[in-house]
Design a protein around this ligand. Sequence first.
Ligand SMILES: NC(=O)c1ccc[n+]([C@@H]2O[C@H](COP(=O)([O-])OP(=O)(O)OC[C@H]3O[C@@H](n4cnc5c(N)ncnc54)[C@H](OP(=O)(O)O)[C@@H]3O)[C@@H](O)[C@H]2O)c1
Length: 275
Amino acid sequence: MHTVDAHGASIPAIGLGTWTLKGREAQAMTETAIETGYRHIDTARMYANEESVGAGIAAAGLARDELFVTTKVWHSDLRAADLRRSLDASLSDLGLDQVDLFLIHWPNADIPLSETIEAMNTARAEGLTRHIGVSNFPSALLKQAVGLSEAPLVANQVENHPYLDQRKVHAACREYGIAMVSYCPLFRGGPIFSERPVADAARRTGKTPGQVVLRWHVQQEGVVAIPRTTKPERLKENIDLFDFELTGDEMEAISALRGRGKRVCDFDFSPEWDS
Ligand SMILES: NC(=O)c1ccc[n+]([C@@H]2O[C@H](COP(=O)([O-])OP(=O)(O)OC[C@H]3O[C@@H](n4cnc5c(N)ncnc54)[C@H](OP(=O)(O)O)[C@@H]3O)[C@@H](O)[C@H]2O)c1
């Protein structure tokens, strides 16, 4: 199992993203992913699928300590009491006593970060989550969060793929010993797969373009990726990344696509991004 280690958390380098998976599909994909070898599942209160994801986890029947489960609290629930209610509901729906990682899904400038971070620490101290972290935190906000937290933050989950320049956030994560978890790692599929450096590396290695892009993520220091698929046959493809390497030139050529600067997830409540 390839992991990224951060302040005592051992995070499997590939996780199953579950946004948009619902009901029976979310349950079946979670169960099949675990059977395929996934040991990391990413959900969130906002995805409204925790009950199904939890049913998939239960059906797979793996020992609890072999699975790394992440959930998140939505940005409207960052007051201490709301955060606690949200986490309690997540645990109840997932059918778990504890998650491995609990994240602030998005920052909220209208709620003091100190209150939210304190509530995260309380949840950790009470054993409701093993580790805490953030998501969608640009580097300046990450620095604030790190300064406010008693327990170490172990992850910052951010949009990351070859079309986006995330060098500043990645550098900040490394500075604080935090894992950078790439969401939308495949840019939702499509155009990225026919980019020349991706297609060339796929040809040379005999891997698929999707595998090349995912390998580009996990070959970088401290980076985890959480691709989503609705197709059981792609589960294996997306985790089968550890029997080949991209050359330094291939890594650089793929990284050079960052000039396109495209974001998938940008909303009116987004913070001010690094780039
Ligand atoms: N923290 C946040 O704010 C945040 C925001 C967005 C996402 N996330 C998390 O990140 C996860 C992943 O992001 P995402 O779902 O937006 O995008 P993604 O993983 O980049 O892309 C998913 C899309 O790529 C396709 N795909 C998957 N594997 C493929 C392969 N090997 N070859 C070709 N196409 C492939 C899937 O289609 P098929 O279904 O047809 O395979 C799906 O349409 C989410 O599910 C969620 O858990 C977090």
